[in-house]
Design a binder for this molecule. Structure first.
Ligand code: NCD
Length: 299
C-alpha cells in the first residue's frame, strides 16, 4: 500500500465499480488463479474465490489442511509448483511478514498479498476504501474525513495497509491504543495517539476503525493489557459511542464484547457487512489488473 498512488487507488476502485455494475464480463476467462492460504481465513479466502470464479477464472484452492502445506512443503516449493501448473495469479496468505514479497521472486504469476503476518493486507485496505466511498458521497468525499484506528495496532497487518490507504485518499488518520499495543515505529508515523474511544470522538472521528485484539499473536510471558475488561472499557466501541454520521468499521473476525459490542456490529452505523460485500468486486478488480487483463480491456 505504501507505494500506491491516489490515481492507482482510484483506478482500482473505478474498476471495482465496473465489476459491481456488470460492465466487465468474464475478464479472467482462460486465466488460472491459485489461492494458497498458509493461515486460516473466512472472509478473505471466500471473497477471493468468488471474485476469481465470477470473473471466469479457473481456480485452484490450497489450504493449510488438505494440501502438501500440511506435510511441511515450504512456501517457495508451493509457489514453484503453482507456477509450473500455469498459474496466472497466486493469492497468498502466510503467517510471516514479507512472505508475499519473497514468493514473488519465484514465479512469473502475479503475486497478490492476502495478508502476510504482521506485514500488510492491501486488499483489505482497498475494500475498506470502496465501502467508505459508497457510504460517503464517493472517493472525492473522503478528503478531509477523520479516521481513528482503534486497538491492537502492534499485531495488525490491516492497520499497516489501512493507514497509508486512508492517507492517500486524503483522510486524516489518528490511532487510539494503549502504548503496549503500538509498534515501536509509531513515532515515525507521526500520527496523533489517543487514549480511548471517547477521545477519538472528541478528536472529531468520522470513522472508528476497530481492530481485533489478536490474542494468537500475543506470545511471551508478560501480558500487554491489564485485563480484557479494562481494555474494553477504554478501547471498545459500545452503543453509547454512536453519534450521527460516525461510521464503525472492523475487518473481522470480531471479538464481540471486547473491541465492539454485539449490538453495534448490527447497528446501521456499522459498515461491517458493506466491507465484506465490497471484497468481491474489489478483489476481482485487483486480479484483473494484476494479470494485465484490465489494460487489454481498456485497449
Ligand atoms: C484480518 C486478517 O486476517 O488480517 N481479517 C481479515 O482478513 N478480514 C484481521 C484479523 O484477523 O484481525
Amino acid at each position: 500500500m505504501e507505494g500506491t498512488s491516489r490515481e492507482e487507488l482510484r483506478e482500482i476502485l473505478d474498476l471495482a465499480d465496473d465489476v459491481a455494475d456488470g460492465r466487465l464480463s468474464n475478464p479472467l476467462a482462460g486465466k488460472t488463479v491459485c489461492l494458497a492460504f498458509f493461515e486460516s481465513s473466512t472472509r478473505t479466502a471466500a471473497s477471493f474465490e468468488l471474485a476469481a470464479r465470477r470473473s471466469g477464472a479457473d481456480v485452484i484452492s490450497l489450504s493449510e489442511s488438505g494440501s502438501a502445506i500440511a506435510k511441511g512443503e515450504s512456501l517457495v516449493d508451493t509457489v514453484v509448483t503453482l507456477d509450473s501448473l500455469g498459474a496466472d495469479a497466486i493469492v497468498l496468505r502466510h503467517p510471516a511478514a514479507g512472505a508475499a514479497k519473497l514468493a514473488s521472486g519465484y514465479t512469473d504469476a502475479a503475486l497478490v498479498n492476502a495478508g502476510d503476518g504482521c506485514g500488510q493486507h492491501p486488499t483489505q485496505a482497498l475494500l475498506d476504501l470502496y465501502a467508505l466511498s459508497q457510504s460517503f458521497d464517493g472517493f472525492e468525499d473522503l478528503v478531509g474525513r477523520r479516521a481513528v484506528i482503534v486497538g491492537d495496532v502492534l499485531h495488525s497487518r490491516v492497520a499497516r495497509s489501512v493507514i497509508p490507504a486512508f492517507q492517500r485518499a486524503g483522510m486524516e488518520v489518528a490511532l487510539a491504543a494503549p502504548r503496549t499495543l503500538l509498534p515501536l515505529e509509531t513515532d515515525a508515523w507521526d500520527l496523533p495517539v489517543l487514549t480511548s474511544v471517547d477521545a477519538a470522538l472528541e478528536w472529531g472521528a468520522d470513522v472508528l476503525y476497530m481492530l481485533r485484539l489478536q490474542n494468537e499473536r500475543m506470545t511471551g510471558d508478560s501480558p500487554r493489557i491489564p485485563s480484557i475488561a479494562e481494555y474494553g472499557a477504554y478501547y471498545g466501541v459500545a452503543r453509547r459511542h454512536l453519534r450521527r454520521g460516525v461510521r464503525v468499521m472492523h475487518p473481522g473476525p470480531v471479538n464481540r464484547g471486547v473491541e465492539i459490542s454485539g449490538d453495534v456490529v448490527l447497528d446501521e452505523a456499522s459498515l461491517i457487512p458493506n466491507q465484506v460485500a465490497a471484497g468481491v468486486a474489489v478483489r476481482s478488480a485487483v486480479l484483473t489488473l494484476a494479470t494485465g487483463v484490465a489494460h487489454e480491456v481498456a485497449a
